[in-house]
Design a binder for this molecule. Structure first.
Ligand SMILES: NC(=O)CC[C@H](N)C(=O)O
Length: 224
């Protein structure tokens, strides 16, 4: 299964996620510079964390105009897999691939911590290696992670079962309904503020995040 990691000026988690897919999972992985316009070779697009374009205007608001994003939208529309992690989640909402928006944290501070995260759905390719209701620990590191959507959109997200991850216990950033990650209606596009790639190597003391990539891999292998 071929992974592509999109790199914008200011991305900083691109190597971390490539380490997971290439070195830990042994899958072909290539870095995709944001000016590229042909990503037809990819099975999974990963939009990693970071500070694309220095977070000017609003996180992800400039990156969504990068040439590669048109291809990412088409990739998603074909039902192929896209994951946005942290800044990547922000880019996906800005690009309209996921509903809602990420705004400044409730306390207006950048937060770097570990969060308890509840898996709301384990029927997605992304989450099939978890159990529904399982609480895992994942690192968070963001300044604009407060998920917001107007009441009608929020009701739709909840009604469709698009909430994949919710903060458990303390809500670190004020996200509505403790939302930490959502998917699109079909479930092939996933966005999440916590960083599974930073919790994938057992040597770092926590591999709760690895199962996300592993689950997807197993799903795609089963489809092939
Ligand atoms: N780690 C990240 O991807 C951070 C995203 C973004 N720069 C923020 O502060 O919210």
């Amino acid at each position: 299964m071929k992974f592509g990691v999109v790199v914008f000026p200011g991305s900083n988690c691109d190597r971390d996620v490539a380490y997971v897919t290439r070195d830990l999972l042994g899958q072909p992985t290539r870095m995709v510079w944001h000016q590229e316009t042909d990503i037809a070779d990819l099975d999974v697009v990963i939009i990693p964390g970071g500070f694309s374009y220095g977070d000017y205007l609003r996180c992800g608001a400039i990156a969504r105009f990068s040439p590669v994003m048109q291809q990412v939208v088409e990739h998603a529309q074909k039902g192929k897999f896209v994951i946005g992690i942290c800044n990547g989640f922000q880019v996906l909402t800005e690009a309209g691939l996921l509903p809602g928006v990420l705004t400044k944290n409730r306390d207006l501070h950048f937060i770097c911590d570990r969060a308890l995260v509840k898996v709301e759905r384990s029927d997605l390719p992304w989450t099939q290696d978890y159990t529904t209701g399982e609480v895992i620990t994942l690192p968070i590191a963001h300044g604009e992670g407060q998920f917001y959507a107007d009441a009608a959109t929020l009701a739709e997200i909840e009604g469709n079962g698009q909430v994949v991850f919710r903060y458990e216990g303390e809500n670190p950033n004020g996200s509505l309904n403790n939302i930490a990650g959502i998917c699109d209606r079909q479930g092939n596009v996933l966005g999440m503020m916590p960083h599974p790639e930073r919790a994938s190597d057992a040597m770092l003391g926590n591999s709760d995040g690895l199962r996300l990539f592993q689950g997807l891999l197993e799903k795609v292998a089963a489809l092939a």
